[in-house]
Design a protein. Structure first.
Length: 272
């Protein structure tokens, strides 16, 4: 990750373990995990499952934590239920089990745990370990989003854009995307840029579109890097600058951005 260091996370975790209070361990673990997830959401670089594993020095240590979280979850600890759900979902420290993951997320979601509401919603949305129900997913996304959880706000924005589980509403979609983007969610920044580029749910504004694309591109978002390149090449919302266009196309191409690769070939540029 760009700004979080594994050794720091580990030292914080060990300090929390030393407090002798398992409930505090679960709460501390959750806070650190959410910080990692937020970094993942912003940089779009690391798979959450790998992220989950990267906290711990060994698989044994991770398994020990899962065994700490499970009884706490059963006793009603929402933080522990969320973490145990993540472990079951990604198969980290315990065998992957979607139905168990959904059950654990649901336990925490019922207590108003925003990240758990979001994860339960994603499972309903995709029919993972539970019967697919996009309308129910939207209700959970909304509950999470209303608590300010950026991934859920982004999910609301996409659901409203496509009319998935809820009536299509481009203006409402843009409102939720704006909330997520303002929280620094790179996917939301990119999609909001597209909404301004095409005038969908908002007034068309190329300069604002470019500004949102740039925010996500600076986080390493491949599609946003491509869109910044296009903006510089065509002079959309920014002064035309082929050198800058090539720079951003190359950054996107290096992340297997095929559109950027095609643009570079058209410009006679080598990107590898």
């Amino acid at each position: 990750m760009r700004s979080l260091v594994v050794t720091l996370a580990l030292s914080l975790l060990l300090a929390c373990m030393g407090c002798g209070n398992k409930a505090k361990v679960a709460k501390g673990d959750m806070e650190r995990y959410l910080a990692w997830v937020a970094e993942y959401e912003n940089t779009v670089k690391v798979h959450p499952g790998a992220l989950f594993r990267s906290w711990y020095v060994s698989d044994t240590e991770l398994k020990d934590h899962v065994q700490t979280w499970l009884p706490l979850a059963k006793s009603g600890d929402a933080n522990a239920a969320f973490l145990a759900g993540e472990a079951c979902y990604w198969g980290c420290g315990i065998e992957k089990n979607y139905p168990d993951a959904f059950s654990l997320f649901s336990m925490a979601a019922e207590k108003g745990h925003a990240p758990a509401q979001y994860m339960a919603a994603t499972m309903l949305d995709g029919g993972e370990g539970v019967k697919k129900d996009q309308a129910a997913a939207v209700e959970l996304y909304r509950k999470s989003a209303e608590q300010g959880y950026a991934p859920a706000q982004y999910a609301m924005g996409t659901a409203l854009y496509w009319g998935r589980g809820i009536a299509k509403d481009l203006a409402a979609s843009a409102e939720w995307l704006t909330k997520a983007a303002e929280a620094g969610h790179a996917d939301a920044e990119t999609l909001l840029g597209s909404r301004y580029l095409y005038g969908e749910g908002v007034a068309k504004d190329l300069e604002t579109a470019f500004a949102w694309f740039m925010k996500a591109a600076e986080k390493g978002h491949s599609w946003a890097e491509y869109r910044v390149g296009v903006a510089y090449q065509k002079g959309e919302g920014v002064a035309e600058n082929i050198d800058e266009a090539v720079k951003w196309y190359k950054l996107s191409a290096q992340q297997h951005g095929t559109r950027a690769q095609d643009r570079l070939k058209e410009l006679g540029e080598v990107w590898k």
